[in-house]
Design a protein around this ligand. Structure first.
Ligand code: ADP
Ligand code: MG
Ligand code: ZN
Length: 503
């Protein structure tokens, strides 16, 4: 078989029969600090291009960087949460390369003295078991600007007529977290990769160091994949698939790369060490640039910045601020709710956990809160193609709807209409209920029955009322209110009692 008629991808099982995959994950997280890594420019996402820039982040001559203390604090907390050792004295390094979206012609990063090194993260697999991923390092660096390639079909530079540059992102603080090679995962390699990024995202979110939005690029994942023959003693050549922008894509990209590399190797070819681009549309990867080596970057210690030297006491103070680990917290909440693993997984997968907790906080019972977010509201988010948390309804509003249903003011179907109204921007719950006339008319039937029973059981009081002592009706009204659990309108009950006595 020549390379030409070789299949482009190999059957997954055929890959696994002969090869063991090796993975390495590089995750960049944009820190949620107010200002950039080395200057005071704001970091807010989505501003007009080139409105959040200054001489430092534009790399103008003579501008001097200053380290953002809040970013160092976040980086140390990330390192601690990943069970890393914190480097007591470490310098920044210049990583030299030209790229149009990087105005200084070098990136300030960390090289051989990263802020954190040698840790691990335990990640949860789908079957409930835990997989330990060893962490090599977490280091601080600055983000690049953004290039917009215009005039081509794909938005890529290839085929574009010109490019636009936005430096708002240039200098935004990043922490890059790099794993040690992940071996031995076999057929579960794609799942381990996804589970790792999921666990890391949840951890970073719990640390409140970033909004970890893969779709907005505040969490970006590069997946290194290689195959080694089962009998081999050395790793194979890896490729690095860049910017895989959703959790599902991490799994798809790793699986595809395993199958593609398997096909190349089976056809007698060699894997080229290169970066590759993931194509969201068909789940394939395509070649990018040949991979540079560290030497190409001519790293040297950054002369314009003081070394970062977090003292031990401060590190311990930060350790004390670490949150409960997300999966332990989830386990605790699951126990409180008394729900199955499957139900809990649905909640987490829907991105509903925090929303449900906030809804409970606002007064709703957990099961009602859960059912709203996981069922109806998830459907609404799906149809609109947004994250659950982006729906224009708050947990407090959901709790309000739940309360109205419990009070029988809203039927279940009217409750959905009330939610629809809020989602459509018609106002708050009360306003929508009013405008759409959704409230149930007082349930006269049930109240009337309670009145009849109370009247029948109290002939002496009824006699007084018939004698014109209408004030005596108060005692009967009280009993009816009790019987209807306070959900009836007392004035209306009074009328019904008087009517019953007159009849
Ligand atoms: P680079 O700067 O070239 O991207 P990094 O050290 O930042 O290199 O990241 C490389 C990642 O790939 C690490 O997670 C590392 O553990 C992993 N890795 C190294 N060698 C291999 C290999 N042969 N196959 C798969 N992953 C690898
Ligand atoms: Mg890298
Ligand atoms: Zn700036």
């Amino acid at each position: 078989m020549t390379a030409l008629d070789a299949p482009e991808i190999l059957d997954y099982d055929d890959v696994l029969a002969k090869y063991d995959p090796v993975l390495g994950m590089e995750v960049h997280v944009e820190l949620g600090t107010n200002t950039k890594m080395f200057c005071g420019c704001p970091t807010a996402f989505g501003a007009e291009p080139n409105t959040q820039v200054c001489p430092v982040c534009l790399g103008l001559p003579g501008a001097l960087p200053v380290v953002n203390q809040a970013a160092v604090e976040s980086a140390v907390r990330i390192g601690l949460a990943l069970n890393c050792s914190i480097t007591p004295w470490g310098r920044f390094a210049r990583k030299n390369y030209f790229y149009p979206d990087q105005p200084k012609n070098y990136q300030i990063s960390q090289y051989d003295e990263p802020i954190a090194h040698d840790g691990f993260l335990d990640v949860q697999l789908d079957d409930g078991t835990t997989w330990r991923v060893d962490i090599e390092r977490a280091h601080m660096e600055e983000d690049t600007g953004k290039s917009l390639h215009v005039g081509g079909a794909t938005g890529r530079i290839h085929g574009a007529s010109h490019s636009l540059l936005d430096y708002n992102r240039a200098g935004v603080p990043l922490v890059e977290i790099v794993t040690k090679p992940i071996t031995g995962a076999g057929e579960r390699a794609p799942e381990v990769a996804r589970a790792y990024v999921t666990a890391l995202r949840d951890l970073l979110r719990a640390l409140e160091v970033s909004d970890v939005r893969m779709d907005q690029g505040s969490l970006r994942c590069d997946a290194n994949v290689s195959l080694m023959r089962k009998e081999a003693t050395e790793f194979g050549t890896r490729t690095e698939t860049k910017n895989v922008n959703s959790l599902k894509s991490v799994e798809v990209a790793v699986r595809y790369e395993m199958r593609r590399q398997g096909a190349v190797l089976e056809a007698g070819g060699e894997i080229v060490q290169e970066t590759r681009h993931f194509q969201e549309a068909d789940g394939t990867t395509s070649p990018g640039r040949r991979k540079e080596t560290a030497e190409d970057y001519r790293y040297f210690p950054e002369p314009d910045l003081e070394p970062v030297a977090p003292d031990a006491e401060w590190v311990e103070e930060l350790r004390a601020t670490l949150p409960e680990l997300p999966w332990l917290r989830r386990g605790r909440i699951q126990e409180q709710w008394g729900v199955s693993d499957e139900v809990m997984r649905d909640v987490v997968n829907a991105g509903a956990l925090e929303l449900i907790l906030a809804t409970v906080e606002a007064g709703a019972p957990a099961d009602a809160a859960r059912s709203w977010w996981v069922a109806y509201l998830s459907q609404q988010a799906n149809t609109r193609g947004v994250e659950l948390a982006e729906l224009p309804i708050t947990p407090a509003q959901v709790a309000e709807v739940v309360a109205l249903v419990a009070a029988r003011t809203l039927t279940n179907s009217n409750a959905r209409k009330a939610v629809d109204g809020v989602l459509a921007g018609e106002g708050g719950v009360a306003a929508v209920v009013e405008a759409r006339e959704l409230a149930t008319a007082t349930d006269d039937g049930a109240v009337a029955q309670a009145v009849a029973e109370v009247v029948a059981a109290n002939p002496d009081i009824v006699a007084k009322i018939k004698d014109g002592k209408t004030k005596a009706a108060g005692a009967l009204v009280g009993q009816v209110m009790k019987a209807t659990k306070g959900k009836a309108d007392p004035a209306r009950v009074n009328e019904l009692v008087l009517e019953a006595c007159a009849g």
